[in-house]
Design a protein around this ligand. Sequence first.
Ligand code: ATP
Length: 235
Amino acid sequence: MRELIVTGLSAKYGLAVALTDVSLAVRTGETVGLLGRNGAGKTTLLKSIINNPELSASGEVTVDGTSLRKVPTYRVARRGVAWVPDNRRIFTALSVEENLHIARSRRAAPDQLERVLASVPLVEKLLKRRGFELSGGEQQAVTIARALMSAPDFLLLDEPTEGLSPLIVEQLQESIARLPALFDLGILVTEQNFRFVTALADRVHILETGSAVWTGTPDELVARPDLINRHLSVG
Ligand code: ATP
């Protein structure tokens, strides 16, 4: 088992504070959800973990006890942490196959592509298509498959359901649910969609104006309509 631990993480964009003293842990094999409304700081938390240069962060982030704080963003993937941004960022002029190939790392197994295609089935029939030909749901599936090509221990998924139809969300949920066991990885997933996260997560944290205001299991959250109304959009 490997462990990603965030301790007392705070972050600012220039002088604007976006995250204050957040702590959480993700272990391989489990999924942790991060819920909160627009602007609550969910994206900022993921960007802070990977040392995105847009912000200045303080606090500690470790993988198995080794700090990530001084690791430049482009090298974080080599430490086994893969970021799936909310805007998807597919190379639109390249085919899906090329998009996946580029992301392959030395950590990947010889049969990594086959394993990835088996776990995100939607992607197999898209291999020859160019990025610009994909729908939003297809792009999201390809972005997740691309992150898996680097054989990560931890997957940071930023609002994967944003802008997708309910049917696609359901397919995506099935794929994501399989990943921790299939690849022995941990997932930290941010969402505004409370149903999606409670279906997938082992634990949930709620963020509000940059602070973690509640932590518990999905069952505990479902039993708290007051929290759901106060902090979340019910999707
Ligand atoms: P969303 O659902 O909109 O992605 P979020 O919970 O991910 O919301 P963040 O994007 O982390 O929220 O934003 C947290 C705060 O930081 C907000 O007040 C936002 O306006 C601010 N912020 C985000 N990105 C930047 C930036 N690049 N420069 C300045 N402020 C930013």
